[in-house]
Design a protein around this ligand. Structure first.
Ligand SMILES: [Cu+2]
Length: 175
């Protein structure tokens, strides 16, 4: 089963490392790492299962024998963004590595960055409105009924559009 991805540790500008324990499956079985930076995977085998003896990578295609009850280091070169899958010899145990160009920031920072790139007042108003929906929904759950929440959302939309149009007019007015 896929768990929440574990990030590889960036130990230097050109080396990232992740430890994977092998015990009738891989833990973690979902890894996130940076594209363009060589990745070292240290497999630590903790079972005698014949299944765990070999690990097969999809990209680059390679097969390695994992030493019994010890560690095996596999170095992957710098790779482009994408997904690498690794399995045991028979494909029963599975893991994946997601190679990303950069680690995502939190949702708030992404929304702010997006809002900063929006030009038109109507687009800005729409974005602000969408951002104000979660608190309105929360308010509806806590205090109001859904009819009031819809009215509040509608009112918020009108207010945002009016405010953004006003702000746009003010900023384009010659001084
Ligand atoms: Cu197997």
């Amino acid at each position: 089963m896929l768990e929440h991805p574990v990030r590889a540790r960036l130990v230097s500008r050109d080396q990232q490392v992740v430890d994977v324990s092998v015990d009738r499956g891989y833990r973690p079985d979902s890894i996130r790492a940076l594209a363009g930076v060589p990745l070292r995977i240290v497999f630590r085998r903790q079972d005698d299962d014949a299944c765990s003896e070999r690990v097969v990578f999809s990209e680059p295609r390679l097969t390695r024998r994992l030493s019994a009850r010890g560690t095996t280091t596999i170095d992957l070169p710098a790779l482009p963004p994408g997904e690498i899958r690794f399995t045991c010899g028979m494909g029963r145990y599975r893991g994946r590595i997601e190679l990303v160009a950069a680690y995502g920031t939190n949702l708030g920072a992404r929304l702010r960055a997006r809002a900063g790139r929006i030009d038109g007042p109507l687009e800005k108003a729409a974005t602000l409105w969408i951002c104000s929906l979660p608190p309105i929904a929360l308010l509806a759950v806590v205090a109001l009924d859904w009819g009031t929440a819809v009215a509040a959302a509608g009112l918020a939309l009108v207010v945002w559009v009016a405010a953004c149009l006003l702000a746009a007019r003010r900023s384009t007015r010659p001084t």
